[in-house]
Design a protein around this ligand. Structure first.
Ligand code: BF8
Length: 675
């Protein structure tokens, strides 16, 4: 069973200090258990392996076989002209910009390929080729149809009548799928942005043509000997990233809502304590809800529940990891078992009877950990297989989706009796309210008859709410698990900033109890607390998975539409943050936030330090172009205050800074808050 090796000198290999690498007690317990059992996890590997210091600076070029050419920044910095060059003459700026652009392309590809899979299933539904998926939210379908140029009414004899619904579904499906490869025109969804923002992209020549084309062009332009102007490369980064946030990711969110239902707030729980010793535990991990929706249906079916009982279990407990966790949580209340960094640990409980994975953020080491326990590790996607022989591949096909899902659930039930190691499920779990969306925020803030973002705007204008922040993104084993997310968010809500959260940041908030209305009274400044109490919402709103960052863009667009806060996203007192980013997807998200006018701060260092001129372009000059720019601040309190500083700057520009001064906390308020 031993995975933790000794060093060449025979000394035990260094392992992680559990309390130093995570603020989550369940995580700490499972790291210690893994070490006791001799099972290595990401935390132990991070304790022994340092990142490559030149790659971390962004200036290693491996785009041709004359390299890799490595251009680290000298310790003393650059005096005078920067003469560093690769063999072809590529400068540090060009190399760092190309590497950055390739991350944007990869991140956009990941979100958009997910979107394409969803669009393909949707087309199968439209063509009535599958019985297993239905349209659960026809209203949303009618709402998005016009954005694809699909009419919802038809004129007959001068009279406007509702168009046949099936016809609309088919046309939306075909038009949506065409967004990946249409030969002419521009992507449809960027038109949903406020008009000045859309016009800016148009004027800059950055409107995307189609999703695949922009990703391909970025890969072309960053090969050896093509684009050698870092500013021109950044323009293409924007065009590509817009294919993510205002393209593939937004289409994924919309079509998932149409097929699986738009989320509305519901109560659930979070963290590994949701697993149950006497139940069959199935952990679903990855990103595409197309399969996991069917696993939920299979696990709730009478025949599967009876089968589990017949095998001595008291039932079937589902739990999510990563963004699949968020998808299942927001639509079904399935509790997440953890974030990205807890995926190995769910198996280490000894109670995980099956872990089902699809695509993205899945550790290859899961197979090594599963080997040490009875866990069946099941891959389901043709593009994401594992080489290890203990992994089962059950390929999932939307044409017989429920059948595939039942096969998987049955395999987990059959495995229940095989638990070998002592089961040790951490007791820790928290209550959470999750599943907010653009529509439900409107409803909660405005009610059925006067649903509008104006109530939110009004409270921003009168100063009770200082501004809005999107806090999103990953965990990173190079930073203390969840500490960045939680510290930054607590500091923001203490200063009356309302939070919209997605991805692993949202999972961290659930784990640490920030997704309940009661949080407002404990951690918020008086203005935000008052609004949350009046309306009955948490100060931190769970908006779903990483593709659902598109919900943040649309919520911000609704704020602009509601009036009083300028006429462009760049005018809003708003900021973005990814405290513990690690994925290329986060870079794509950051670039579309910035290009949409949002000041965006990352908490773990960006691979830019080897090219200070390019870094300064991203961190400063982009604001003159887009109104948003990148920044990086690892200290969580300073990170939060940079965001607050930007929000205050926008309040001043809007002329609403005086309102906030009037609701400033007095000493008694502050003492109460500190207490
Ligand atoms: O897409 S937040 S670690 S799980 S990449 Fe991955 Fe990052 Fe988590 Fe979801 Ni998003």
């Amino acid at each position: 069973m031993s995975e933790i090796k000794t060093t060449k000198t025979g000394k035990p290999k260094k392992v992680a200090d559990a309390t130093a690498v995570s603020i989550c007690p369940a995580t700490q317990e499972m790291i210690i258990r893994a070490q006791d059992l001799g099972v290595e996890t990401v935390f132990d590997r991070a304790a022994t392996m340092k990142p490559c210091n030149i790659g971390a600076q962004g200036t290693c070029c491996k785009n041709c076989a004359m390299g890799p050419c490595r251009l680290p920044l000298p310790k003393a910095g650059i005096e005078g002209e920067d003469t560093r060059k690769g063999l072809c003459g590529a400068t540090a700026n060009t190399i760092a910009a190309r590497n950055f652009a390739r991350m944007v392309a990869a991140g956009t590809a990941a979100h958009s390929d997910h979107g394409r899979s969803v669009a393909e299933v949707f087309l199968a539904v439209a063509r009535k080729e599958t019985e297993d998926y239905k349209i659960k939210d026809p209203g949303k379908l009618l709402q998005i149809a016009p954005h694809f140029g699909v009419d919802t009414t038809v004129e007959v004899d001068g009279e406007e009548l509702d168009r046949d619904f099936d016809e609309i579904v088919l046309e939306v499906a075909e038009k949506a799928l065409a967004e990946w490869g249409k030969p002419e025109g521009n992507l449809a969804y960027p038109k949903r942005a406020p008009a000045p923002l859309y016009e800016r992209w148009k004027k800059l020549g950055e409107l995307p043509r189609n999703i695949d084309r922009e990703i391909v062009e970025t890969m072309h332009r960053t090969t050896m000997g093509v684009d050698q102007d870092y500013k021109n490369i950044v323009k293409q980064c924007t065009r590509t990233a817009l294919c993510d946030g205002w393209g593939g990711a937004m289409i994924a969110t919309d079509l998932q809502d149409v097929m699986f239902g738009s989320p509305s707030p519901l109560q659930s729980e979070a963290n590994m304590g949701i697993m149950k010793e006497d139940h069959v535990n199935i952990i679903i991990h990855g990103h595409e809800p197309v399969l996991s929706e069917m696993i939920v249906a299979a696990a709730q079916s009478q025949d599967m529940v009876e089968y589990a009982l017949s095998k001595g279990a008291k039932g079937i407990q589902l739990g999510g990891i990563c963004c699949t966790g968020n998808e299942l949580l927001q639509r079904h209340g399935v509790p997440p078992a953890g974030t990205f960094l807890q995926q190995e640990l769910a198996i280490i409980t000894g109670a995980c009877d099956a872990m089902v994975v699809d695509v993205q953020c899945v550790f290859q080491n899961l197979a090594n950990v599963a080997k040490c326990f009875h866990t069946k590790l099941i891959t389901t996607h043709p593009i994401a297989k594992m080489e290890q022989d203990n992994v089962v591949h059950i390929e999932f096909d939307e044409h017989h989706a429920l059948e595939d899902a039942k096969r998987i659930v049955k395999m987990a039930i059959d495995n229940f009796k095989n638990r070998a190691a002592e089961v040790m499920i951490p007791k820790h779990k928290a209550i959470q309210i999750a599943g907010f969306g653009v529509e439900s925020i409107e409803y909660h803030l405005g009610g059925t008859f006067r649903g509008s973002y104006y109530t939110l705007n009004d409270n921003i204008i009168n100063g009770r709410i200082r501004g809005v922040a999107g806090v999103v993104g990953c965990n990173n084993a190079r930073t203390k698990h969840n500490e960045g997310h939680i510290t930054i968010i607590k500091e923001l809500i203490k200063n009356d900033v309302l939070i919209l959260t997605t991805g692993c940041s949202a999972l961290a908030c659930g784990t640490h109890g920030l997704l309940t209305p009661e949080t407002a009274q404990v951690f918020c400044g008086p203005g935000l607390a008052e609004v949350c109490e009046t309306v009955g919402i948490p100060p931190v709103l769970h908006l779903g998975s990483c593709v659902d960052n598109s919900r943040i863009l649309l919520a911000a667009t609704e704020m602009v539409k509601a009036g009083g806060l300028g006429n462009d996203l760049r005018d809003l007192p708003a900021a973005g943050s990814a405290p513990e980013w690690m994925s290329e997807k986060a870079i794509a998200i950051g670039q579309y936030f910035v290009a949409s006018g949002i000041y965006t701060v990352f908490g773990y260092h960006m691979p830019l330090d080897g090219a200070p001129e390019f870094r300064d372009y991203l961190y400063n000059e982009l604001e003159n172009i887009y109104g948003g720019m990148w920044d990086c601040e690892p200290d969580p309190i300073k990170h939060a205050h940079k965001m607050i500083g930007h929000i205050d700057k926008k309040r001043k520009e809007l002329g609403i800074d005086k309102a906030r001064e009037r609701v400033l906390m007095d000493m008694a308020d502050r003492q109460a808050l500190e207490a």
